[in-house]
Design a protein around this ligand. Structure first.
Ligand SMILES: Nc1ncnc2c1ncn2[C@@H]1O[C@H](COP(=O)(O)OP(=O)(O)OP(=O)(O)O)[C@@H](O)[C@H]1O
Ligand SMILES: [Mg+2]
Length: 218
């Protein structure tokens, strides 16, 4: 499996903590150093770790490294996925694309805009729901902002259907799903109905940015 405490990016080696051959002890300040450097590589030099985002990064890091003690303390279930919610431009999509890099030895999810899934549905129909409603590992980006799907004159709440399929796989095979959204829980119910919201509660840990978090687009 190699040494999960070391990550090499180009010619630079980052350390995320200490590994004695069996036990990995992560060091959060070191994780932040790596995430800032990796963020600059992925998104450009303007990327930085904002002090106000450290709490969310701490939660996400503990989730992805599966730190049992902190997950328990912050009420995060490592067997569920992450639903990250927050105001426009606060950095949800960037964070979900970024944090998975601290565990390159684990299975990596694909970040897919929900609207792209709906556009796919509009072209090829219900096969799209099969394509994403299976054992793949995805982060649905911007859940709730997608248009209603329409195929051969028939409307479909594509992401709602997809979440129901993903929920079934979650129960059967413990397959996780992550998502980002601008919506709050009640809006989610308005968008997808109570059946979907109830399933979402079961399959996601909710991680919320403060509603006052600044828009990082400028
Ligand atoms: N930590 C950061 N440092 C610098 N720029 C950032 C940071 N996080 C995000 N940004 C920039 O801010 C913009 C918005 O980020 P992002 O798309 O991740 O936000 P979002 O919460 O997903 O927004 P939306 O709700 O519109 O989907 C992007 O241009 C991104 O590069
Ligand atoms: Mg986004």
């Amino acid at each position: 499996m190699g040494n999960p405490s070391k990550i090499v990016e180009g010619s630079i080696e980052f350390s995320l903590g200490n590994f004695d051959g069996k036990l990995m002890v992560y060091d959060f300040p070191k994780i932040l150093v790596y995430l800032e450097a990796k963020g600059k590589m992925l998104f450009g030099n303007h990327f930085k770790i904002y002090p106000e985002d450290e709490k969310i990064l701490f939660l996400l890091s503990n989730y992805f490294i599966k730190d049992e003690k902190n997950c328990k303390k912050y009420n995060i279930d490592p067997n569920k996925g992450i639903l990250i919610s927050g105001p426009v431009g606060c950095g949800k999509t960037s964070l979900m694309r970024l944090v998975k890099n601290i565990v390159p030895h684990l299975r990596q999810y694909e970040v897919i805009p929900a609207r792209n899934i709906v556009f796919g549905f509009n072209h090829i129909g219900f096969k799209t729901i099969e394509d994403y409603g299976n054992e793949g590992y995805f982060c649905f980006d911007d859940l709730g902002a997608e248009p209603t799907g329409r195929y051969f004159g028939k409307d479909c709440n594509v992401m709602g259907e997809l979440l129901i399929s993903r929920h079934e796989y979650f129960l059967q095979s413990k397959i996780k799903t992550h998502a980002t959204t601008n919506l709050i829980a009640e809006e989610m119910e308005g968008r997808y109905g109570s059946r979907v919201r109830s399933r979402m509660r079961q399959m996601f840990n909710l991680v919320c940015f403060d509603k006052k978090t600044r828009d990082k687009r400028n």
